[in-house]
Design a protein around this ligand. Structure first.
Ligand SMILES: [Zn+2]
Length: 178
């Protein structure tokens, strides 16, 4: 496999696994935060597939209808990934604020915290790998996908904070109740 495709595959496989894990644990404990994060991971798979297609198209040799090659597709796809990232970041930011203010009364357990911490670490590793290969091969698409991973890592951090706040609220409530 060409080196440029490796981070994209890591991203697709990694996100599918993270999505399954988050959805499974999320549904098991009825955690909206984890389910939402799992759905987000599924949407990340779509972004990475777009990135994969973008790299394929932009690396195609010139043909009759594109005599200068297809390299101009690359900034376009990188831009598209950036736009998707912007929309998702906005929605996550908004949801996190609602979640912290609203503070749903659900039990937070070690498994839920563990999945979230795992997600933060996995995404940070995916960021570093993608950005490393992206800079080395000068691939704007890989760099865009990398920064998406970093933002996901931060959004999972927000989920972790949200879960922590929920747990604190629950403890307070239990103390006042007794
Ligand atoms: Zn994402």
């Amino acid at each position: 496999m060409e080196e440029v495709y490796k981070p994209i595959w890591v991203s697709i496989v990694g996100n599918v696994l993270l999505a399954l894990l988050k959805l499974a644990v999320g549904f098991l404990y009825s955690s909206i935060a984890l389910i939402a994060d799992g759905v987000h991971s599924l949407s990340d798979v779509v972004t990475s597939v777009i990135g994969y297609a973008g790299i394929r198209i932009s690396s195609k040799p010139p043909d009759r209808s594109h005599p200068f090659g297809h390299a101009r597709f690359e900034p376009l796809v990188a831009f598209l990934i950036g736009e998707i990232l912007l929309i998702i970041s906005y929605e996550i930011g908004r949801d996190s604020i609602y979640r912290i203010i609203g503070g749903g009364a659900i039990d937070v357990n070690a498994l839920m915290l563990g999945v979230t911490v795992l997600s933060i670490l996995a995404k940070e590793a995916m960021f570093r790998y993608s950005v490393h290969i992206g800079r080395k091969l000068d691939s704007q698409i890989l760099i865009a996908d990398a920064y998406h991973h970093r933002s996901d890592s931060l959004s999972s951090l927000a989920v972790l904070v949200g879960l922590g706040v929920q747990e604190e609220l629950r403890r307070d409530k239990t103390q006042t109740d007794s």
